[in-house]
Design a protein around this ligand. Structure first.
Ligand SMILES: [Zn+2]
Ligand SMILES: [Zn+2]
Length: 171
């Protein structure tokens, strides 16, 4: 697991000029323990951890922490935003189409022509967001056990489809 060193989240907040609040600390701890959760997942876990916290407080904390670059927000097509604390390395994600489970993949290396825009239209590109869609081993195993199986469509036959979405963040 990445990030096994003890992180002083209070110091982290102060270093970014943020007030240290119970919801922010609880959100940071939750996201580092259970990365790639949605805001609702995180709210549920934070509630269990600290008792009372409003949904709005969790949403506000997530927004503030993401704005400061302490958390990263991933917004897969057709899914709620997910949050993680592994920031700054521009790693990619695998997402299961069936159950929605998301895992990290290290940055693509080697021959990766899709990461270089053919025409940057004058944009100063600082990020290429890559999501590999497919089905996780658990979901593949669950389907292959069923005796009557629907004929897969052409793109379900592939275990993963790479979708590249190059976006430029406004400064
Ligand atoms: Zn799955
Ligand atoms: Zn990740």
């Amino acid at each position: 697991m990445p990030g096994t060193t003890v992180v002083d989240n209070a110091a982290l907040l102060r270093r970014h000029g943020m007030h240290v609040t119970a919801p922010r600390l609880a959100v940071l701890r939750t996201v580092s323990d259970r990365p790639h959760g949605t805001a609702d997942d995180i709210h549920r876990l934070v509630l269990a951890a600290i008792g009372t916290v409003s949904r709005q407080a969790v949403y506000d904390a997530l927004t503030a922490l993401t704005d400061k670059g302490i958390l990263r927000r991933i917004q897969p097509a057709g899914s709620s935003a997910r949050y993680e604390n592994r920031v700054g390395d521009n790693h990619h994600h695998l997402i299961c189409r069936t159950c929605g489970r998301m895992v990290d993949v290290d940055c693509a290396v080697g021959d990766t022509p899709c990461l270089t825009a053919a025409d940057d239209s004058g944009y100063a590109i600082d990020e290429a967001e890559v999501v590999y869609w497919g089905r996780c081993p658990r979901c593949v195993a669950a389907t292959s056990q069923k005796p009557t199986r629907q004929k897969p469509t052409s793109h379900q036959q592939k275990t993963a489809r790479q979708e590249t979405d190059q976006r430029v963040r406004p400064r």
